[in-house]
Design a protein around this ligand. Structure first.
Ligand SMILES: Cc1cc2nc3c(=O)[nH]c(=O)nc-3n(C[C@H](O)[C@H](O)[C@H](O)COP(=O)(O)OP(=O)(O)OC[C@H]3O[C@@H](n4cnc5c(N)ncnc54)[C@H](O)[C@@H]3O)c2cc1C
Length: 365
C-alpha cells in the first residue's frame, strides 16, 4: 500500500526548494517544506550574488568542489527548461557571461600568475589577458588593471528570480509550504527518523531532509550536531545607470562586482567567522567599496540600494553533505558553502535519486 506520510524538508532556501520541487516532478505525492521565515526570501540564497563560476572559484585544495560545480553547471539548462514547463517565463535566463579576474596591483598580478599556472596544470580552460585586452571586454575597468584571467565558461543567474520561480513551481506541483515554522528537533526512535518537532507540535514523516543551510547544526534530537558552521558574508547592492552597466562579473582576489539583469550591481563579499551575528558593519563595507572602486571607478557615483548579510553553510573541507545520514529515513542536503546556487541542480538530482531508491526499498519491504 502506498504510504501517506509526507516527505518533509527542513529549510526553504535554494537547496530545499530545488529538492522539494524535483521530488514532486518525479511523482512523489506528498512533500512539505518547513521554513522558519519566508521560503526563498529568508535564505542566504536571497543575499547571494548568483555567480555560477566554478572556474573562477577553483582552489588548489578544493578540486572536488570544482568538479561538483562543473557538473552542476552542465545540469543547469535542463533544470531551467523543466522549471519553465511548470512556471513559464518567470524563470531567469542562464547568462553565459564568463568571469574576468583582474589584478590592480603588483601583488595581485603575481597571484594571478600563480592562479593561471594552477589552472593550466589542472586543465581548467583559462585565458590570460593584458590590461588593455581586459578593458576591451569590460570598458568600465580601471586603468590600474594590468592583467586578467578570462574564464569564458563561467555563468551567472538572477538568483532571486530563481528562488521565486522554484517556490512557485513547488506550489504548482502541489507541494505544501509551512512558512513561519521552525523545526527544532528530529524525533528519532529505534535509530529511525519518525517526525519533526516544531513548537509543541510533531508531524510524522516518510522521510526527513535537513536543508537548513548554515542553521542545520541547530537541529536537535541527533547524537551529534550536523557539522556545518555559519560564515557571514556582507554584500552591497548598488543601482546601475545607463553609463555604468557592466557586461559581466568582474573580480580581483578580494572583491567581486556582479551586474544583475534587474539593474542591481552587487559588490561582495566578506567571509567572517562571527557565528550568527547578522549585523552589517561599517569597516568591512568600506573596504569592499574601496576595492570595488579601485577595479571599477564608475561605482563612485552609484546609489546604494541595500546592504545585507547572511550566512554561508561551511563544512571543514568545503564540500557539501548530500546523502543519507546515520539514521534511517533521515537525509542531509547542506554545507554548500559559497556554491549553493551553483550546486542546486546537482543536489536536487542526487538527493531525489537517493530518496526515491530508499522509498522503493521501504515500499517493497
Ligand atoms: C554574501 C553571499 C554571497 C554568495 N554568493 C554566491 C554565489 O554567487 N554563487 C553561489 O553559488 N553561492 C553563493 N553564496 C552561497 C549560497 O548562498 C549558499 O551556499 C546557499 O544559499 C545554500 O543554500 P541552502 O538552501 O542550503 O541554505 P539557505 O539558502 O540559507 O536556506 C536555508 C533556509 O532554511 C531555513 N531554516 C533554517 N533553519 C530552519 C529550521 N530549523 N526550520 C525551518 N527552516 C529553517 C532558513 O530560514 C533558510 O530560508 C553566497 C552566500 C553569501 C552569504
Amino acid at each position: 500500500m502506498a504510504e501517506t506520510k509526507p516527505h518533509i524538508i527542513v529549510g526553504g532556501g535554494i537547496i530545499g526548494l530545488s529538492i522539494g520541487w524535483r521530488l514532486l516532478r518525479e511523482g512523489v505525492e506528498h512533500v512539505e517544506i518547513f521554513e522558519s521565515g519566508e521560503a526563498g526570501r529568508s535564505s542566504a540564497a536571497w543575499v547571494a550574488a548568483g555567480m555560477l563560476s566554478p572556474r573562477a572559484e577553483a582552489g588548489f585544495e578544493d578540486m572536488d568542489v570544482y568538479e561538483d560545480g562543473v557538473r552542476s553547471l552542465e545540469l543547469y539548462p535542463r533544470f531551467l527548461e523543466e522549471l519553465c514547463e511548470d512556471v513559464g517565463d518567470r524563470v531567469p535566463r542562464l547568462e553565459r557571461t564568463g568571469t574576468l579576474v583582474c589584478a590592480v596591483n603588483a601583488d595581485q598580478s603575481r597571484e594571478l600568475d600563480r592562479q593561471f599556472d594552477f589552472r593550466k596544470r589542472a586543465g581548467i580552460p583559462t585565458q590570460k589577458l593584458s590590461g588593455d585586452e581586459a578593458r576591451e571586454r569590460e570598458p568600465l575597468l580601471s586603468t590600474k588593471v594590468t592583467s586578467a584571467l578570462w574564464l569564458e565558461a563561467d555563468a551567472q543567474i538572477n538568483n532571486r528570480k530563481l528562488l521565486l520561480a522554484l517556490r512557485e513551481a513547488f506550489h504548482v506541483r502541489g507541494g505544501i509550504l509551512r512558512e513561519g515554522t521552525t523545526v527544532s528537533d528530529v524525533i528519532i526512535r529505534d535509530n529511525k527518523a519518525k517526525a519533526v518537532q516544531f513548537g509543541d507540535e510533531e508531524e510524522e514523516a516518510a522521510t526527513i531532509t535537513i536543508a537548513a543551510g548554515a542553521w542545520s547544526s541547530k537541529i536537535g534530537g541527533l547524537h551529534a550536531a550536523i557539522p556545518v558552521r555559519p560564515v557571514r558574508g556582507q554584500m552591497l547592492g548598488l543601482r546601475m545607470t545607463p553609463h555604468s552597466t557592466l557586461q559581466q562579473p568582474v573580480r580581483t582576489t578580494n572583491v567581486y562586482i556582479v551586474p544583475k539583469d534587474d539593474g542591481r550591481l552587487l559588490v561582495g563579499a566578506t567571509a567572517e567567522e562571527v557565528s550568527f551575528d547578522q549585523r552589517v558593519i561599517a569597516g568591512p563595507i568600506m573596504e569592499l567599496l574601496h576595492r570595488a572602486w579601485e577595479l571599477v571607478p564608475a561605482i563612485y557615483e552609484l546609489e546604494i540600494e541595500e546592504i545585507l548579510a547572511s550566512f554561508r553553510p561551511a563544512t571543514r573541507d568545503h564540500r557539501a553533505i548530500v546523502g543519507p545520514s546515520e539514521y534511517e529515513n533521515l537525509f542531509y542536503a547542506t554545507g554548500h558553502w559559497r556554491h549553493g546556487i551553483l550546486e542546486a541542480p546537482l543536489a536536487a538530482d542526487t538527493l531525489t535519486r537517493i530518496i526515491l531508491e530508499h522509498t522503493e526499498e521501504v515500499m517493497i519491504e
